[in-house]
Write a protein that binds this ligand. Structure first.
Ligand code: DGT
Ligand code: CA
Ligand code: CA
Ligand code: ZN
Length: 575
């Protein structure tokens, strides 16, 4: 049983408990357990099977949880989950995941209307039976219908970060096959799109059948959909489709270009070829019948007078215009990052001490880390009030005296209150080094109200950046109704930064918004929002998204040494 499998079981337990209206802290304990196991660096199953070890060695896993994991690994099931499922049909789990439908509402639908599946939910909404229930109205009925659409998309696409796990495993599997000379991933995965519909692989092989056998031998496969002489499609156990094409070596570059896409980028490219009296397809670039390029992507683009675009830019947005002007941006790279300006510690909902987070940041080559724990409004996770915040900052002062090679910044992720205004007084904010302000409540407020809250926060002299500006949760929650244009403008006018939250479920701002911010001269801060040391590693997903937005090192502030960031902030803090 893999760590993600175990994590999924605990997520299910948490969902079902929530549906039953169980104690919120109990629900949270199971969610934390799921997260801990999911991100564990080694196999939980192996630890269970090792007589010399115990799961309780792991930070965040107590005796009770360790026993449950052991039962799960040894018997393949968890009695607690079975009991919950005896009371609630499994199909309601899908309903719980419909954005806009909390567990309380889902429970009411189940109780009053006997709605237990997504289909039944859709039918009930369309027949306007939902709006009749207490606590529901025409508006929530419409929101549920919209949510159903997101839920159905969630069944069809997966997060880039999840796709990456499969891609790396499949590449390794194919590369271990002797007959395979070259194999690479293409499609939306290679372009770094935040969600991926299916995986596309291209290979050059002495023996196409042997390459396809190698794919068929990948352990994650549940079904072979089709297999021909040079093309094969399979389905993974989580439902994801994988296409493999075996191409001749002299066409590899053309095929890699073609199947990387995007479709829109390819259409422009075909037009460019036509203008030059050439023809381009997945086999090569042709002058009449004669192939003039195809072996490498560089050759293919060069025959059309174009640079080999970084895959992240191939969306037919501005890349051709940039290439024509000779101004293709030098995109930001992971090694450019010098600091992380949004992280958490055990002072609120993080799982590591400040010192552990700082050492982990240092190990990853960072020069500075801001500990941005939650403020008091986020009571659920023990958000800090002014007094606790000052106590935390004292600890940071003494850590900074003791630690070498890393600077810890005094900070807070201050909640932007539902009624407007900030959760921490200006007097205290002024003593920090850096302040992130985020919206955590009142997601469903109308456009004007929620936009006003964000802009007011950006106008506060001590706020440096707006955290996860749209609140989107990929495949799970729509963004707030926020007027992003107005927010970007306000950030520009106030010399503030906008966050690109690098968590693979958020990637917020997205690529398009990053480009829009850059157009207005607004700089981006790419942050991990890490809640544990391993959380710092999500930075690379943020970089990929920033690259899709055409951002360079200069456009992102945490590529600078802290001293320079401080200068950009001006003299707003008390020291
Ligand atoms: P996805 O899988 O929905 O996340 O997105 P992609 O971009 O990976 O799309 P996919 O898997 O359907 O096709 C892979 C690439 O193949 C696509 O990016 C461009 C190329 N391609 C597919 N169909 C067409 C087409 O009809 N015309 C052109 N020009 N290219 C296509
Ligand atoms: Ca694809
Ligand atoms: Ca495909
Ligand atoms: Zn945070």
């Amino acid at each position: 049983m893999t760590n993600p499998d175990i994590a999924a079981v605990f997520e299910q337990v948490a969902d079902l408990l929530e549906f039953q209206n169980a104690n919120a802290f109990r629900v949270r304990a199971y969610r934390n357990a799921a997260r801990t196991i999911h991100d564990l660096g080694e196999s939980a199953e192996e630890i269970v099977r090792d007589p010399d070890r115990s799961l309780t060695e792991i930070e965040g896993i107590g005796k009770d949880l360790a026993e449950k994991i052991a039962t799960l690994v040894q018997t393949g099931s968890l009695p607690m989950l079975d009991e919950l499922l005896a009371e609630i049909p499994e199909s309601v789990l899908a309903i719980l995941r419909v954005p806009g439908l909390g567990p309380k509402k889902a429970a009411a639908l189940f109780r009053e209307l006997k709605v237990a599946t997504l289909d039944e939910l859709r039918t009930a909404c369309e027949a306007h039976r939902v709006r009749e229930l207490a606590g529901f109205g025409a508006k929530s009925e419409a929101a549920i219908l919209q949510g159903l659409e997101i839920a159905s998309e969630a069944g069809k696409r997966i997060l880039w970060a999840e796709a990456d796990v499969h891609v790396q495993a499949i590449l390794a599997q194919l590369r271990s096959c002797k007959a395979v000379k070259i194999v690479e991933a293409a499609g939306s995965y290679r372009r770094g799109k935040e969600t991926v519909g299916d995986l596309d692989f291209l290979a050059v092989a002495e023996d196409a059948a042997a390459a396809m056998d190698a794919l068929a031998g990948y352990e994650g496969i549940s079904q072979v959909i089709a297999r021909g002489d040079t093309k094969m499609s399979v389905r993974l156990s989580h439902g994801l489709q994988v296409d493999l094409r075996v191409v001749p070596e002299e066409s590899f570059g053309a095929a890699w270009q073609y199947f990387t896409g995007s479709k829109e980028h390819n259409i422009v490219l075909r037009g460019r070829a036509k203008e030059r009296g050439l023809k381009i397809n997945e086999y090569g670039v042709f002058h009449g019948e004669k192939s003039i390029a195809g072996r490498t992507e560089e050759d293919v683009y060069a025959t059309l007078g174009l640079p080999c675009f970084p895959p992240e830019l191939r969306e037919a947005r501005r890349e051709f215009q940039w290439a024509d002007a000779g101004q293709l941006p030098m995109l930001i790279e992971p090694g450019d990052i010098r600091g992380d300006l949004h992280t958490h510690s055990i002072w609120t909902d993080g799982l590591a001490t400040i010192e552990e987070m700082a050492s982990a940041a240092k190990e990853r080559g960072l020069e500075y880390i801001a500990i941005t724990d939650h403020s008091k409004r986020v009571a659920m996770v023990g958000g800090l009030d002014e007094k606790r915040l000052r106590a935390q900052w004292q600890e940071i002062d003494s850590l900074n005296e003791r630690l070498r090679g890393i600077t810890i910044l005094k900070s807070v992720e201050v909640d932007i209150l539902e009624r407007g205004g900030l959760d921490i007084s200006d007097e205290v904010l002024a003593e920090a080094d850096w302040i992130v302000a985020s919206l955590h409540y009142g997601h469903n407020q109308p456009r004007e109200q929620i936009t006003r809250r964000a802009i007011d926060a950006l106008e506060n002299p001590y706020v440096c950046a707006l955290g996860h500006p749209t609140g989107r949760m990929l495949l799970a929650r729509r963004p707030y109704e926020i007027d992003l244009d107005a927010v970007i403008k306000a950030a520009g006018e106030n010399g503030k930064f906008l966050e690109l939250n690098a968590h693979p479920k958020r990637l917020d701002l997205d690529d398009v918004a990053c480009a829009a911010a850059k157009d207005r001269g607004v700089r981006i801060v790419i942050s991990t929002d890490a809640h544990r040391p391993a959380g710092l590693d999500v930075m690379r997903y943020g970089i990929l998204q920033a690259r899709r937005g055409g951002l360079t090192k200069e456009d992102v502030i945490n590529t600078r040494p802290w001293g320079q960031v401080k200068k950009l902030l001006g003299r707003r803090f008390s020291k």
